[in-house]
Design a protein around this ligand. Structure first.
Ligand code: NZQ
Ligand code: ZN
Length: 389
């Protein structure tokens, strides 16, 4: 049964090879000054920067640049971005990059006119925004997070060893996002597959929760099947437009709030992954892949029927002559084989996790209530340790 909900997603999408032309429609809606936010320079190498700048100039905008947004953006960088946005009196923040750049743009959006410390207000105390918000638009270059169509913004505080996401409301979601699958062709393989697993994890964390019959689970099974199919093609041929465009679209639907409506969700893998990220600064998708199999094997007995359904409907496991445990376990084994096939990190040690970090990682992990088994801190240690075998 679906629970009660309201649904609104205000982000306008421009999808396809000509998507950047959408800027001609969007930019005139905002004032003169644009904060152009980007990362460590990939957009200068692949030409996206030049194309975006040309349109900004054609539309007569004054551009203030804010580059060097790092993967897992830090609170120090956020303070710097706010200063730039204030000095430039910006009317629009244009994020050109992956989830880190889009998340950071949203953080600058809500923090520039905030009179309190934004890290404490939004990320530690999880308060709502009650000050002016600067509108955000995105040009996406890395697929995975869904940040292009949601209110999520994850910021890392390296001193406090905390990586925390705040999910802001509709008013903070990007006003528009430009999705051109061709932009993702230049991603290094490690980032590409990390993004694939981020997508899978987003879907699984919404799928493995609750036991009721609801439409979202069927939608998610379809998204998963399409992801598995297209990922295999993209790994062999990264410039296969059909596969890359499907994956871009799946990523957006996996985390634009739609499939979570009316149902409970888990998110514990993300909580563990984020804490590992705070300690190691590792690639987000790989922090998730390293702990997923140990986590799902651990909780499987508590949600056996759903794991059985996952095995049959997503991985085509033949149930004949097998008991529920065998069917469910075969599903997870198929998932593990796919993870190894596409080249994901399966061992947390490879990300820099050491035994000395385990207690801290468990302390930094938020323990949520929506999964099939509510974890204790000892469970978190056990799961990460298992990933280190
Ligand atoms: O910085 P540059 O030089 O641009 O290089 C980036 C970066 O090194 C590179 N890259 C991006 N597009 C490229 C490219 N390289 C070549 N060609 C391109 N087209 O890829 C690297 C990773 O980029 P990043 O933005 O960090 O990756 P991702 O999109 O995975 O974002 C990760 C961040 O998003 C957060 C994560 O926690 C992490 O901080 N998340 C945000 C979510 C949300 N908003 O809802 C949910 C997610 O679960 C996630 O937590
Ligand atoms: Zn994620």
């Amino acid at each position: 049964m679906l629970g009660n909900f309201t649904y609104c997603n205000p982000t306008k999408l421009y999808f396809g090879e000509d998507a950047l032309k959408g800027l001609y429609q969007e930019l005139p809606k905002y004032g003169q000054n644009v904060l152009l936010v980007y990362g460590g320079g990939s957009i200068k190498k692949n030409g996206i920067y030049d194309d975006v700048m040309a349109i900004l100039k054609e539309c007569g905008k004054t551009v203030v640049e804010d580059s060097g947004v790092m993967p897992n953006p830090t609170v120090e960088k956020l303070y710097e971005g706010c200063r730039r946005a204030q000095e430039g009196k910006v009317d629009l923040i244009l994020a050109v990059g992956g989830g880190s750049v889009c998340d950071y743009a949203k953080a600058v959006s809500v923090s520039t006119h905030c009179e309190e410390d934004p890290w404490e207000k939004y990320y530690l105390r999880m308060e709502d925004v009650d000050n002016e918000i600067i509108p955000v638009g995105c040009v996406l270059t890395m697929v995975g997070t869904g940040s292009e169509m949601n209110g999520g913004s994850v910021i890392t505080n390296p001193t406090q060893k905390l990586k925390i996401g705040h999910v802001f409301g509709e008013n903070v979601m990007p006003r528009f996002s430009i999705l051109n699958p061709v932009y993702t062709f230049t991603l290094p393989k490690e980032q590409m597959v990390a993004g694939f697993f981020d997508i899978m994890s987003h879907i699984l964390e919404q799928y493995f929760s609750g036991e009721d019959d609801n439409t979202s689970d069927y939608v998610m099974e379809g998204l998963l099947r399409s992801l598995i199919h297209s990922s295999r093609i993209a790994v062999k041929n990264p410039t296969d437009y059909e596969a890359r465009s499907n994956i871009m679209w799946i990523a957006t639907w996996a985390l634009n709030t739609f499939v979570a409506k009316g149902k409970s969700t888990d998110w514990e893998v993300h909580m563990i992954g984020q804490s590992i990220g705070a300690y190691t600064n590792a690639t987000h998708g790989m922090t998730l892949s390293s702990v997923s199999i140990p986590y799902y094997r651990f909780i499987m007995p508590y949600g056996l029927q759903k794991f059985k359904r996952f095995a049959v409907n997503v991985w085509d496991v033949n149930p004949e002559g097998k008991n529920d445990e065998q069917i469910a376990a075969e599903g997870l084994s198929a998932m593990e084989a796919w993870m190894r096939e596409i080249g994901l990190v399966m061992n947390a040690r490879e990300l820099g996790v050491t035994e000395e970090m385990l207690d801290g990682i468990a302390q930094g992990t938020f323990l949520l209530q929506g999964g099939y088994k509510v974890l204790s801190r000892e469970d978190v240690v056990r799961i990460v340790k298992e990933s280190m075998q």
